[in-house]
Design a protein around this ligand. Structure first.
Ligand code: ADP
Ligand code: MG
Length: 254
């Protein structure tokens, strides 16, 4: 059996006295698309941030591609990784946020080549070549020299996706990528994400877009109160949830 891309076991995280993750177990296989659903405050963003080293965990362990991420408190052992190790691992994980976080004073193409050139030391020529290919992939070739403010929210989010892909991540994390968009712009971003899924990219997507979950996810995970309440095939979890908390949540969002 191949190692999963993400292997999270008994992951705990507190902010002060507030316990936000209360023992999360989750595996994501290579090429799999996992959609995480759950009410606001259930710990979805915190979990993604732990996978990407934006938070350190207090208990349990997370492995990405077989490598320990940051901290392992399982079995009474505690292991911290060195900062250099963390920086290297983070480069291999792409993250897309609700707020697109583009550099406003950089053109689209400059936004995309910034990390490959600045962090990875790629030549500008090579980075630009890939940036244009990525812009084509997200349908924005003609916007390469625009500034973020000249783009719609949906276009900005597609640039943010291209920027994340420019680092050739082995795993992409999406945290409510369409929640800040006007309703008519949601579809173009979801279509881009669906393309990536079809290309075999490993993705964890936090979203309230149940239609996307149904159509694109290999597995749907329902989180509530810092635990995974239910997980399974989209049809199982969305149409035939076994847990009353899942049912209550779905009746609110559907
Ligand atoms: P979700 O993404 O499911 O809405 P979050 O992971 O953002 O949930 O938040 C879970 C809980 O953790 C919330 O109660 C939130 O207020 C709290 N929380 C998140 N980040 C922090 C932080 N940096 N400091 C303190 N509390 C936080
Ligand atoms: Mg969130």
């Amino acid at each position: 059996m191949t190692t999963p891309m993400v292997h999270a076991r008994a992951v705990r995280k507190s902010f002060g006295h507030l316990e936000v993750l209360k023992g999360i177990d989750l595996d994501v296989q290579r090429g799999e698309v996992v959609v995480i659903l759950g009410p606001s405050g259930s710990g979805k963003s915190t979990f993604l941030r732990c996978v990407n080293h934006l938070e350190t965990i207090d208990g349990g362990a997370i492995h990405v591609d077989g490598e320990l991420m940051g901290f392992d408190a399982s079995g009474g052992r505690v292991r911290h990784l060195r900062t250099r190790e963390i920086t290297r691992q983070r480069r291999e994980i792409g993250m897309v946020f609700q707020q697109f976080n583009l550099f406003p004073h950089f053109t689209v193409v400059r936004n995309i080549i910034e990390a490959p050139v600045g962090v990875r030391g790629e030549s500008r020529g090579k980075a630009r070549e890939r940036a244009f290919a990525l812009l084509k992939r997200v349908g924005l070739e003609d916007k390469a020299h625009s500034y973020p403010r000249q783009l719609s929210g949906g276009q900005q989010q597609r640039v943010a996706i291209a920027r994340a892909l420019a680092m050739e991540p082995k795993l992409m994390l999406f945290d409510e990528p369409t929640s800040a968009l006007d309703p008519e712009l949601v579809g173009e971003v979801l279509a881009t994400m669906k393309d990536l899924a079809n290309d075999g990219l490993t993705m964890i997507v936090v979203t309230h877009e149940v239609g996307f979950a149904r159509e694109v996810a290999d597995r749907v995970v329902f989180m509530d109160g810092g635990v995974v309440v239910e997980a399974g095939a989209p049809a199982e979890v969305l149409d035939n949830p076994s847990n009353p908390r899942t049912r209550a949540f779905l009746s609110r969002v559907l």
